[in-house]
Design a protein around this ligand. Structure first.
Ligand code: PLP
Length: 389
């Protein structure tokens, strides 16, 4: 067993940055007031909530009133999709999305289909996971109430052409939602440049704690609240705001925004060295996702002839934490819906591996993976009936 720990699963979650934790701490004990309370004792919490909203709005290029705090990325996606679909139910019942979305989007669409009679179009993606903007235009009908397309894919890192897609949805007067949960922290989130009407983020993907998210809702976008109650968040997400976590998420977004460009260059170089090294030493390996239009920290591959779970266990014994889109690890019946939608050969998809780099990743970590992974693949293939060399 290797005592070394090389965490390469930043797409799953990230550690809380100490600077973020420091910003949060005063709001647990000293400034613990309810931001809706009117007395002076709650003024600190109220101010912190206002400041956090302003900070998030600034990074998004939005107005503070357009930022709704939520409990996670899943909740933001649910609120966006169900909220717009329900609010516009008298105008139509058609939703457009893609087959490579996160379950938070897919299962919400499926429920709208099965329980409420909506019709959902799943646009095709090419072998790199890219949506063709023209397909969006072709799929829109007079009954289309929402288009939801992710900004960057969580399994293969492909970045979708959101700005091009929004030119089409805008011209046709259809609201566009993007799940930016994986993009936040790595890509430009300016909602004007992207042209989106709704955008979901989740704190724990960019060094804030788990359990806090936000949804940007462009002014004038019809949205039926999923949660009714005390009228917080302009009535769109009732419930006393989680002030310390919201403060933490705003600080985390501020840091990510300031460090984003330099970090993208650093991580992109490490990622490219990792991929090139693996491709050079492991036969029958392929990179999944787009070769260039991909998140800078994302390396995803498929090694035909072995099982992803076995790969993960062996890597874990060498101190490397990673993930796979194969079968049970993805909690799906077969290979992940993303790899299937990309048209990946089923045997190759079973041997998929996702390595996602982060702030603490360095050259030594990459060297370690380049050292331990090729012999693991060779050993597993030697034992596998799936692999014929
Ligand atoms: N959307 C995408 C693309 C994700 O990768 C994730 C989490 O992995 C989510 C939504 C859900 O976010 P959360 O874990 O905050 O609910």
């Amino acid at each position: 067993m290797n005592e070394r720990s090389v965490y390469l699963d930043h797409a799953a979650t990230t550690p809380t940055d100490p600077r973020v934790l420091e910003a949060m701490l005063p709001y647990f004990t000293g400034e613990y007031g309810n931001p809706s309370s009117l007395y002076r004792h709650a003024a600190g919490a109220r101010q912190a909530l206002d400041d956090a909203r302003r900070t998030v709005a600034e990074v998004l290029g939005a107005r503070p009133t357009e930022v709704i705090f939520s409990g996670c990325g899943t909740e933001s996606d649910n609120l966006a999709i169900r909220g717009v679909a329900m609010a516009r139910r008298h105008e139509g019942n058609h939703i457009i999305t893609t087959p490579i979305e996160h379950a938070a989007v897919l299962h919400t669409c499926e429920q709208l289909e099965s329980a409420y009679g909506y019709r959902v179009t799943y646009l095709p993606v090419d072998a790199t996971g890219m949506v063709d903007p023209d397909d969006v235009g072709r799929a829109i009908t007079s009954g289309t109430v929402l288009v939801s397309i992710m900004y960057a894919n969580n399994e293969v890192g492909t970045i979708e052409p959101i700005a091009e897609i929004s030119r089409i949805t805008r011209a046709r007067g259809v609201p566009l939602h993007t799940d930016a949960v994986q993009a936040a922290g790595s890509l430009d989130l300016d909602v004007e440049r992207l042209g989106v009407d709704l955008l979901s983020i989740s704190g724990h993907k960019f060094y804030a704690p788990k359990g806090v998210g936000a949804l940007y809702v462009r002014r004038g976008t019809p949205l039926l609240p999923a949660q009714t109650g005390g009228g917080q968040e302009r009535g769109l997400r009732a419930g006393t705001e989680n002030v310390p976590y919201i403060v933490g998420m705003a600080r985390a977004l501020e840091i990510a925004s300031a460090e984003r460009e330099a970090e993208a260059i650093r991580l992109g170089a490490l990622r490219d060295r990792l991929l090139a090294g693996l491709l050079a030493t492991i036969p029958d390996a392929q990179v999944t996702g787009h070769p260039t239009q991909r998140l800078p920290n994302s390396a995803s591959l498929a090694f035909t002839g072995l099982e992803g779970e076995a790969l993960l266990l062996r890597l874990d014994m060498e101190g490397v934490q990673a993930s796979t889109g194969s079968a049970c690890a993805a909690q799906e019946e077969g290979p992940s819906h993303v790899l299937t939608a990309l048209g990946l050969d089923q045997v190759a998809a079973r041997g998929s591996l996702r390595l996602t780099l982060g702030r603490a990743t360095n050259d030594d970590d990459i060297d370690h993976v380049l050292r331990v992974l090729p012999p693991i693949v060779e050993t597993l293939r030697a034992m596998s009936p799936l692999y014929a060399s």
